[in-house]
Design a protein around this ligand. Sequence first.
Ligand SMILES: [Mg+2]
Length: 241
Amino acid sequence: MNKTFIFDYDDTLAWCEHDYCYAIIDFLKFTIDKLGHKAPDVQSIMELEMGLNKQGVLKHGFKGDVFPASCRDAYRIICERAGVEDKQGEEEAYNIGMRAFDEKRYRERGLVEGAAETLEFLVSQRDELILLTKGDREIQQKKIEATGLWRYFRVDAINIVEKKNADTIRDVIAGRDKSRVWHVGNSIRSDVNPALEAGINVIYIPCETWAYEREHNGVPDDSRITTFSSITGIKENYHLL
Ligand SMILES: [Mg+2]
């Protein structure tokens, strides 16, 4: 009997976390270059930006301009504290934040190692593939096109949602036998817990991630969870699923 696999995108099928890290490093350098001895220490700049980004996500959800806005607002606050006014600098800080969403980088880096062969294998098994990714519609769409991921999924099986929770997963699996559905993802908070709550199985592929995704109580003790160190584990252990 065929299986259904619901795939997460960011840091499951394509690396994304460190796109933000490079933009943060650029932002730190920019702030120090601009303000010199008036700039706070690196840790304070970083904590300010990261705090604003987290607040923005909690307030507005995973929208594309939350991260660049956190760079702009952090720069503005730092300037205010230093008694400096630099409107043009605020705009530059915003644009540095936008570097996290670089289509050229998406294309050049492509998918996670082993992702293409895993998806091809599942297609050859005639399993059903669904994509369920949270984030900004336009940005996620750009990623899916740039990495060529679209070719493995039917158009109506690509779901870009603002928030991933048990309800969004239930919507996607409507009517299917839950024991034959697996959600594949890298996050306990955004993938594992909502999938278990929705009553389906989980393939958990842990990786380094940001503070938001690190807020959880560890891997739940649940026999429906299978943990693999790499996405290729799905193909290698397919007969066990
Ligand atoms: Mg993810």
